[in-house]
Design a protein around this ligand. Structure first.
Ligand code: GAR
Length: 203
């Protein structure tokens, strides 16, 4: 059977991308990373792609008059590589209309908090500062809001008394590396169905 073709968008170090690649190579995830795209030229995610013979592309948002044109170029690249599922892995931009319309309900994101708590760019720091006892990560479909789309999977970790942003982030990251591949595998198996804003997981 043909493997689900992933297009990974990443802005930074790409450890989630690496976990996905490793799970694919270990035969635990029936998918293929068709292309890795970054909005940052120095993103280590691009190098990780090259290390595994995966096509990589830097698309400079500053080269376009606006978000729509920038995203048109992303969509072109995704289509050229016959991407079926877009995977945001530390992509630090809000997805706009053009990308959402091209891949409706076919964009996943991972967020380092238990949504709907602590959306935005500092999920781990916000959880530590609030004083919650548990945090974790959330894989969700992307809609037009900031971390508001239908939730696919979550994993929980305890918050320790002496945690700071970095120690909590490291504990959460270990779970991110497992749960993202699990969510993608469910999608590859055709087991995710949207019912309103709820995701049903089933055979
Ligand atoms: C991850 O912790 C991911 O959940 C987070 O950025 C990190 C990227 O790490 N994403 C967000 O905060 C999105 N709002 P990585 O580049 O090593 O995968």
């Amino acid at each position: 059977m043909a493997k689900l073709r992933l297009g990974v968008l990443a802005s930074g170090r790409g450890s989630n991308l690496q976990a996905i690649i490793d799970n694919i190579e270990a035969g635990k995830l029936d998918a293929e990373v068709a292309v890795v795209i970054s909005d940052k030229p120095a993103a280590y995610a691009l190098e990780r792609a090259r290390n595994h013979g995966i096509p990589d592309k830097y698309i400079n948002p500053g080269e376009f008059p606006g978000k729509a044109e920038y995203e048109k170029s992303i969509v072109e690249c995704l289509k050229e590589n016959r991407v079926e599922l877009v995977v945001l892995a530390g992509y630090m931009r809000l997805v706009g209309k053009v990308l959402l319309e091209a891949y409706t309900n076919r964009i996943m994101n991972i967020h380092p908090a238990l949504l709907p708590s602590f959306p935005g760019t500092h999920g781990q720091r916000d959880a530590v500062e609030y004083g919650v006892r548990f945090s974790g990560c959330t894989v969700h479909f992307v809609d037009s809001g900031m971390d508001t789309g239908p939730i696919i999977l979550q994993a929980v970790v305890p918050v320790m008394q002496d945690d700071d942003e970095d120690t909590l982030a490291a504990r959460i990251l270990q779970e991110e590396h497992k749960v993202y591949s699990q969510a993608i595998q469910l999608c590859a198996e055709g087991k995710l169905t949207l019912e309103g804003r709820k995701v049903r997981i089933g055979g």
